[in-house]
Design a protein around this ligand. Structure first.
Ligand SMILES: NC(=O)c1ccc[n+]([C@@H]2O[C@H](COP(=O)([O-])OP(=O)(O)OC[C@H]3O[C@@H](n4cnc5c(N)ncnc54)[C@H](O)[C@@H]3O)[C@@H](O)[C@H]2O)c1
Length: 308
């Protein structure tokens, strides 16, 4: 049987995620939204591309949760994106209300699914989805680290004039201004970038990574990034559906790892058929650990506002 993937929210991130997933033939895709006609139109349009792309994926757009029944993966992108001058945290109350509306319906129709949360502020929304769903912690995953790391990788590859395929990078912590890029664990063909670039160059790339989302919001003016975010969700989904046991930075509910309790924070995770199958506790310097704790504290403050 083909796998079934539901994407809640068929705006920029949702529709582009459907596009990447269908083009990789990961499964049948259901797009759902509250705007009448939009998911149906985008879904049908994408379905009609499948003969050209030679992909056997059925794509359906709908406003009815019954059509999402028994999904293997549900990606939640529903919510407002930020505009210039806004931080991700400014979206908290609006998107929390949307999360309350969406998660219950998803869970009723797909009680065995794995949830991948995309809506911002990411860590707080993942925490909300975890609490509302009642799912075990391996089945609720936040997407941020794959995107933030991809931005860092792109900047490293451009700076050194090397293939992006040679570059690996890790960005941990919350998906916000306090995210923690880890140069010591970021490599080009296995060589740490700390051996390849001046400290000041690395700091410049780290800062551009932290500001990566805002840089795009400033250009777009009416919304935020969606190509790289949706490619990131697609990589996570593929790792789960193909049981790849892939190590990716994801927002996970920590129960003591890194000394953090009861909070979603970005850490290295093993993604396989059961969702988050392991959380890797890598050795951090005192400085890196302090940055991770600071990042976790800012997630804690947000989570407290909505009481999840
Ligand atoms: N985690 C990340 O790294 C990351 C990256 C990019 C965007 N985001 C976030 O993803 C979210 C979506 O971004 P976008 O650019 O696709 O925005 P968008 O405005 O293009 O799309 C959002 C869609 O959600 C729909 N929606 C709103 N309420 C809904 C509900 N109750 N049920 C179903 N659908 C509903 C809207 O109608 C809209 O079509 C934003 O919160 C954005 O900040 C997160």
């Amino acid at each position: 049987m083909r796998k079934k993937i539901t994407i809640v929210g068929s705006g920029n991130v949702g529709a582009t995620t459907a596009h990447w997933m269908a083009s990789k033939e990961l499964g049948d895709v259901v797009l759902i939204d509250i705007i009448p006609g939009v998911p149906q139109g985008k879904g049908l349009d994408l379905l009609e591309a499948m003969p050209i792309e030679k992909r056997d994926c059925f794509v359906l757009g709908t406003e009815d949760y019954k059509d999402t029944a028994n999904s293997d993966i549900v990606v939640i992108t529903a919510g407002i994106p930020r505009k210039p001058g806004m931080s991700r945290d400014d979206l908290l109350n609006t998107n929390y209300k949307i999360m309350q509306d969406v998660v219950g319906k998803v869970v009723t129709n797909s009680p065995n699914c794995i949830l991948i949360i995309v809506s911002n502020p990411l860590d707080a929304m993942a925490q909300a989805a975890y609490k509302i769903s009642g799912f075990s912690r391996n089945r609720v995953i936040g997407m941020a680290g794959v995107l933030d790391s991809a931005r860092f990788r792109a900047f490293i590859a451009m700076e050194l004039g090397v293939s992006v395929e040679n570059v690996t990078a890790f960005v941990l912590g919350g998906h916000g201004d306090t995210m923690v890029p880890l140069p010591r664990y970021s490599t080009v063909a296995g060589v740490p970038i700390t051996e390849l670039m001046e400290k000041s160059t690395i700091e410049r790339l780290v800062q551009r990574t932290r500001d990566g989302g805002a840089e795009i919001v400033k250009y777009l003016k009416t919304g935020s990034a969606y190509y790289a975010p949706s490619a990131a969700v697609t990589e996570m989904t593929e790792a789960i559906l193909k049981d790849k046991k892939k190590i990716l930075p994801c927002a996970a509910y920590l129960e003591g790892e890194y000394g953090i309790h009861g909070l979603f924070v970005g850490v290295p995770c093993k993604l396989g058929a059961r969702g988050i199958e392991d959380v890797w506790e890598i050795r951090l310097t005192d400085e890196e650990m302090a940055a991770l704790k600071k990042s976790a504290d800012s997630v804690k403050e947000l989570v407290a506002v909505v009481g999840v």
